[in-house]
Design a binder for this molecule. Structure first.
Ligand SMILES: [Zn+2]
Ligand SMILES: [Zn+2]
Length: 243
């Protein structure tokens, strides 16, 4: 399975990282549609894609509008899976006439907890703690698995949900020492995340949703992270991960 990390940053894009987007080009499955979503247009290998939204904060949805042209020209069908309240917010606000005056023909699919995409995987979710809530996702294929946990305070409530996955992508917006502001804003610090990866016995951990004010090579404290969970890395934009 090939995963393209098209947008690994949080909040707003910088020259190194666009905002949230994790795309499986071979099977047309995309998690979140931040400013990175334009990269889907050149990378996609299918005429149908399924988009799964963690939540409707702007850094995760603004790129939906970038998909207009191929959908309008009937070159692309896009099913948009999201919580009912997030679909409503997108229709009312992102697609408001004063903001984006063209209706994009998404197939809106209200999320009910799981969807079976056949050979393209079974997608399940867990609820996460974040202002307004957010969804963490897991995909299981025949012999591989993947979990995407973003925009959340780290909690042991979802350890079982991510248990044993081949790849866990988990947000790590803050470095250790910023636990108070992390809790206040519904985000995670590095060691909180590595402890979850260790407890869940995942195979690899990618730290994502990086603070955009930190453009250095190691924005999260990788040495500290690897002391707890050695198989930790920080994906870069456009990195392809095979597992
Ligand atoms: Zn975010
Ligand atoms: Zn958020």
């Amino acid at each position: 399975m090939k995963l393209a990390c098209i947008g690994t940053g949080g909040y707003f894009p910088n020259d190194r990282r666009h905002t949230a987007g994790y795309f499986f080009p071979e099977i047309g499955v995309l998690f979140d549609a931040g400013t990175s979503a334009y990269r889907v247009l050149e990378m996609r290998q299918t005429d149908e894609i399924d988009i799964f939204l963690s939540h409707a904060h702007l850094d995760h949805i603004v790129g939906l509008t970038y998909l207009l042209v191929p959908i309008h020209n009937r070159k692309l069908t896009a099913r948009l899976h999201a919580r009912a309240e997030d679909i409503l917010a997108i229709k009312l606000h992102l697609m408001a006439n004063a903001i984006f005056p063209v209706d994009i023909a998404f197939e809106y699919c209200e999320w009910s907890g799981s969807v079976d995409l056949g050979p393209r995987g079974k997608v399940t979710s867990t609820e996460l703690k974040h202002p307004g809530g957010s969804l963490g996702y897991r995909v299981d294929w025949k012999d591989k698995s993947f979990a995407y946990i973003t925009d959340t305070s780290s909690l042991d409530t979802y350890v079982d949900f991510v248990r044993g996955v081949d790849l866990l992508l988990h947000e790590s917006y803050f470095r250790d020492g910023d636990e108070e502001i992390a809790e206040m804003t519904g985000h995670s610090c590095t060691s909180q995340v590595t402890k979850i990866a260790k407890a869940a016995k995942v195979k690899r951990l990618g730290l994502i949703h990086i603070d955009p004010f930190k453009i250095e090579d190691d924005p999260v404290g990788l040495d500290v992270a690897r002391q707890v969970f050695p198989e930790t890395f920080i994906p870069e934009d456009k990195q392809i991960i095979e597992f």
